[in-house]
Ligand binder design. Structure first.
Ligand code: CS2
Ligand code: MG
Length: 418
């Protein structure tokens, strides 16, 4: 585990010290593309944010470079709330994944600066520890049910208390979530790879997978599953009902959630817990779902949800309705996001679980951090800020590599949700 270079003695800083003197948008590809944002202040203390949006990295980099960075220079890094309001309402064209990811990168960098200047870890700035370590889940998958069950077993042996399980679907090439041997990385080609989907076969396979997992591994491990937006509401209701005997921790993205009311149909037929939100980028995407108790976990995470400042509002709103957090944490979210998210997870009262897909060794070297895995949980350190740094020289050795996410079609060619 690399630990970030200790910053020199933090300075509480006056507005003069907190003045933003630069903002560096870095695009790097240590195993996959990331867009870190580095914001130095007059005092020499700098903050690090993450602006990675899988398959649209350059769109966010351009938004930052052309429309955000010129507005940062000279401003007070300590005015975090005002900066969010300026970048969100001041943009006129509000919301959307590119805008909110760009805002998130600035927001996280400013919170990092605040922590470094105060000499406090981010979780302390938010309100202190609510728990020792964040329960995490890993990604087990296999080309068939037996292989998937073996993969779940390996995660249990590594000490995971919760595991997401996905498996191949007979007759479906490249089913979602099944890796080709190495760690699962969906954005594999310069243009979207075309995959074929078959819902009836999937609806037959998924319950068999979990029936086998419970038979092989018992009820002690939390099991999760990601439908990845592929079912219609009634199909999602059927699957949620069919999975009830296997007591999933959650069924994720059961149906596309722009239609928030669709979840009323699922709720009517099943008590399987539901998780949604990795593709959301503001509270407005999930307000109806949360206030009507249509979901149990909200997955919108810091990098795509406007940063700590906005995601804290979502988490607090969710807490009023007994909805818990379950942040997205795929490999296409950098260690900067993982570090900031883990500090948030350490503080937030209505914490549920944190997704954690292992990053490539090259990524780990570019982004030294101080979080560690122990007894099924990730534990943040007490480094001031979010505890993640960047080795810029190393990052420069990994040029951007154009990659896009796949698309899915039904067998008759109908464009479907990937
Ligand atoms: C998946 C993601 O981790 C998950 O729950 O939905 O891996 C998702 O496919 C990627 O983040 C898309 O870039
Ligand atoms: Mg998902």
């Amino acid at each position: 585990m690399n630990t970030p270079a200790q910053t020199e003695t933090p300075t509480q800083g006056s507005a003069r010290d907190r003045r933003i003197v630069d903002a560096k948008v870095i695009v790097t590809c240590p195993g996959r593309n990331f867009v870190p944002l580095k914001i130095p202040t007059a005092s020499g203390v700098y903050g690090l944010g993450d602006a990675t949006l899988n398959g649209r990295e350059l769109a966010v980099a351009a938004y930052l470079q052309d429309h955000v960075v010129p507005n940062l220079i000279g401003r007070d890094a300590g005015r975090i709330e005002d900066m969010f309001q300026f970048l969100y309402r001041g943009a006129y064209w509000r919301r959307g994944p590119v805008t909110m990811t760009a805002i998130a990168a600035v927001d996280v960098a400013l919170w990092d600066i605040l922590g470094k200047m105060a000499g406090l870890p981010l979780y302390q700035l938010l309100g202190g520890r609510s728990r020792e370590g964040a329960l995490v889940y890993g990604h087990a998958n296999g080309r068939d049910i037996a292989e998937a069950s073996d993969a779940v077993g390996r995660f249990i042996e590594q000490g995971f208390l919760a595991v997401r399980a996905q498996c191949g679907v007979p007759g479906v090439k490249k089913a979602y979530g099944v890796s080709s041997g190495k760690a699962y990385e969906p954005a594999e080609s310069e243009l979207p790879a075309e995959t074929v989907w078959n819902t009836p076969r999937y609806l037959e396979t998924a319950p068999k997978l979990f029936e086998r997992l419970r038979r092989d591994h018992g009820n002690g491990v939390e099991l999760l599953h990601d439908v990845h937006h592929r079912l219609t509401p009634i199909e999602a209701a059927r699957l949620a009902r069919d999975l009830e005997p296997y007591r999933l921790f959650w069924l994720e993205d059961a149906t596309p959630a722009e239609n928030q009311k669709a979840f009323e149909l699922i709720r009517r037929h099943s008590v399987t817990p539901l998780a949604v939100g990795e593709v959301f980028n503001s509270i407005w995407d999930c307000k109806y779902l949360i206030e009507n108790q249509l979901i149990d976990y909200i997955r919108t995470t810091i990098v795509h949800g406007g940063g700590i400042t906005h995601v804290r509002r979502i988490a607090d709103f969710a807490a009023l309705h007994q909805v818990r957090t379950g942040f997205h944490g795929a490999t296409d979210l950098s260690p900067v996001t993982m570090g900031a998210a883990l500090h948030f997870d350490t503080w937030v009262p209505n914490f549920g679980i944190q997704e954690w897909m292992f990053h490539d060794d090259r990524t780990e070297e570019v982004f030294p951090h101080d979080y560690v895995f122990r007894n099924g949980r990730l534990h943040v350190g007490d480094t001031p800020g979010h505890g993640v740094d960047i080795d810029e020289k190393l990052a420069a050795r990994y040029p951007y590599s154009p990659r896009q996410l796949p698309i899915a079609r039904l067998e008759d060619g109908t464009l479907w949700d990937w």
